[in-house]
Every structure is written in structure tokens, then in C-alpha cells.
Ligand binder design. Structure first.
Ligand code: AHR
Length: 356
């Protein structure tokens, strides 16, 4: 065997030995290049495009059209929907809870609707439809008024702190009664089913005991069903007869009821105002009509309730459609207070800047 032949054999034995050394798991000398398990080509599933306002189809269940405030609230939803390209199905519940339940079921069964917004007439009776809406994958946002349902049954609530409004109403009445000939008040409440009325009454009663100007006494308290101004007027007319000469203040749950009371007071030959013997009137909403009576001095204080909630509500609904979690259960509305004592000129200047 020649020298060169033995050299070639030695070399190939050496190569085989090296390969064996490289891969501890190699059993047989690989004949082809080693194939690592073909790396799985990652399946990149494109994140679903974020939803926009143009994807939103809203079923809006409004209480009704009981006040200037309600009209401003409805306009906020209609105008903002038009501006943002949101499809809005508006429903006027005529201030009946049963109508709201019917509308809820209609929107739940409507495959095009992906968001339901509720302004609640009452505080209870919504659990079943809320559960059904959730099961149907509808986003539900509560606006304006709180309801007594578990927060897990809706995405979020955006609306007023009516209890705090009531506290502010008590403080305003107390301030107005400084130097007053008496501290007897009658209350003209809103619809007794509504959280706005329930909490404004509660907040007032929590606040009046702290009045340093005198002991405010609630002589009488009645609710105007449906927030109807004519009912408010009849209540005031009856109170003026029943408590003749004893009424020093009126606590009315919205501007229409306060204005109805002022009209009854004036018709009875008495004066609504801030003088020692005048009847002091506190109202709620601070609509343009309410401002007129602040400017005339007949209404002493008007506690604002903000109706322009649509932008916040639609934003929250869009977040929900895009799977945003960790949202606040409740976002209280930003609100102020206005007083006749600010003076007519200042109030006129403020009124000129307001949308409602
Ligand atoms: O929920 C808000 C209340 O509803 C307003 O104060 C009143 O005017 C309306 O009816």
C-alpha cells in the first residue's frame, strides 16, 4: 500500500471523527448538511384596526323632553353624533321606564347597534336588560343619572353628583336667608323615580342642619311627576294657601319648577327675591331661562347641572369598542353655581357665553 493512499485514509478517518465530536446527538455521519428544524415562520396576525366613530351605531334611550335641560342634553348627543359621523338612533321614552325597557330590547336585538346609551327615568328595573345587552356584546354607557345597578353591568357612568348639588342648594338657601324674617321652606321636587330628584332632596337635608344663619325648616315637600311645570305651579299655589304668610323659601329641583313657583308667588301678590321678607327661590340646571330669573333677581340661586355630556360619553363608548379596560365607574360632571347677587350685568355677560 503506497504512502499517499495510507495518508488519504488517515485524513478521511480524521474528518469523520471531528463531525462525530460536533453533534453529541449525531448517531450516523450525516450525509447531507444538517437541517435544523425549519424555524416556524411566525404568523403575524395584524392587530384589528382600531374602531373609529364611524364604526359606532348608537341606540340612545333619552328620558323624554321634560325641560330646557333635557333639550340641551338631546342636542348635545345629536350635534356631536353628526360632527363625529356617529350613526345615532334616538329614542324618546316619554318619561316612562317601561318604554325604556322596550327600547333597550329593541336595540339589543338590532345587530347594527353596538352601543346603547341610557338616560334613566328611574333608578331600578334595568338589571335584566343590562344583563341581556352584555350577553349580546353591546357596550352600555349610563349618562346623566345614576341607577341602582351593579357597575359590572355597564361600561361606565358619566353624570352629575346630585347629592353634592343638593348640598350646594342648601348652602345657597342658607346664604339667601341671612337676615330673613323666617326660615320656612317648601320643596317642589322633580319626578320621584329620578336619581336627580332623590339625591337633590337628600343633599339638601344633609346640608341645611349646618346653616349658621338660622334653622331651616321644610314645611312641605311634594314631587312633580314627570317634572311637569304645571304640576309645580299647582303645588306652589296650594302651599301658598295652606301656609299663608309662613313661606320664606322655595327649593325647586329644576329651573322650570322654580319659574313655575315664582309665577305662582307673583300671581298671589307676593314677591320672590332676596329681600328680608321676600320668598327666596333656589333652582337647578342654570339654563338660559333660569338665568333670566337670576338677572331679574326673582331667583336667588341656580345650581348648574351640565347637559353637554355627549363628547365624553361617545369617547368612553369608543374606548369600550376598542377594548380599553380599567375605566372609571363614574365620571362626575363639571358644574358651577350662579347667584342673583352676582349682579345683572355680570350674569348677562356669562349668559352670552353659554350654549344652553
Ligand atoms: O337629570 C337631570 C335633570 O333632568 C334636570 O335637572 C332636569 O331638568 C331634567 O329633567
Amino acid at each position: 500500500m503506497t504512502k499517499s493512499r495510507s495518508l488519504r485514509i488517515a485524513a478521511s478517518v480524521a474528518i469523520a471523527a471531528t463531525l462525530a465530536a460536533c453533534s453529541s446527538t449525531a448517531t450516523t455521519a450525516p450525509t447531507t448538511a444538517p437541517t435544523t428544524a425549519a424555524a416556524a415562520t411566525p404568523v403575524v396576525t395584524a392587530a384589528p384596526a382600531a374602531k373609529t366613530y364611524k364604526d359606532m351605531v348608537v341606540g340612545f334611550i333619552q328620558t323624554g323632553s321634560e325641560s330646557g335641560w333635557r333639550a340641551a342634553n338631546t342636542s348635545s348627543f345629536k350635534e356631536t353624533a353628526t360632527a363625529d359621523g356617529i350613526k345615532l338612533n334616538f329614542y324618546d321614552s316619554q318619561n316612562k321606564i317601561e318604554n325604556q325597557i322596550t327600547a333597550f330590547n329593541t336595540f339589543i336585538q338590532d345587530p347594527t347597534v353596538n352601543v346603547i346609551v341610557l338616560a334613566a327615568v328611574g333608578t331600578t328595573g334595568y338589571d335584566d336588560v343590562l344583563k341581556a345587552a352584555k350577553a349580546a356584546g353591546k357596550v352600555v354607557v349610563i349618562e346623566d343619572r345614576r341607577i341602582d345597578a351593579d357597575a359590572s353591568l355597564y361600561y361606565t357612568y358619566i353624570g352629575s353628583d346630585f347629592d353634592k348639588e343638593g348640598n350646594n342648594g342648601a348652602k345657597a338657601m342658607c346664604d339667601l336667608m341671612k337676615g330673613s324674617s323666617g326660615f320656612n321652606v317648601v320643596e317642589i321636587g322633580g319626578d320621584q323615580q329620578a336619581s336627580a330628584a332623590i339625591d337633590r332632596a337628600k343633599g339638601f337635608r344633609e346640608g341645611i342642619p349646618t346653616c349658621a344663619n338660622g334653622t331651616i325648616t321644610i314645611l312641605d315637600s311634594q314631587n312633580a311627576a314627570g317634572w311637569t311645570p304645571d304640576t309645580g305651579k299647582s303645588i306652589m299655589e296650594a302651599d301658598l294657601k295652606k301656609y299663608a304668610g309662613k313661606i320664606n323659601g322655595v327649593y325647586a329641583h329644576n329651573d322650570e319648577l322654580a319659574i313655575a313657583a315664582i309665577q305662582a308667588i307673583t300671581a298671589a301678590g307676593l314677591k320672590a327675591g332676596s329681600g328680608p321678607t321676600d320668598i327666596k327661590v333656589v333652582g337647578f340646571d342654570a339654563t338660559a331661562d333660569g338665568f333670566k330669573y337670576l338677572i331679574s333677581g326673582e331667583m336667588g340661586a341656580d345650581i348648574e347641572c351640565n347637559p353637554l355630556l355627549a363628547p365624553q360619553v361617545y369617547k368612553a363608548a369608543l374606548d369600550a369598542l376598542n377594548g380599553v379596560t380599567g375605566q372609571a365607574t363614574w365620571t362626575p360632571s363639571e358644574e358651577g353655581q350662579f347667584f342673583a347677587a352676582q349682579g345683572a350685568d355680570a350674569l348677562k355677560a356669562i349668559l352670552a357665553t353659554r350654549k344652553y
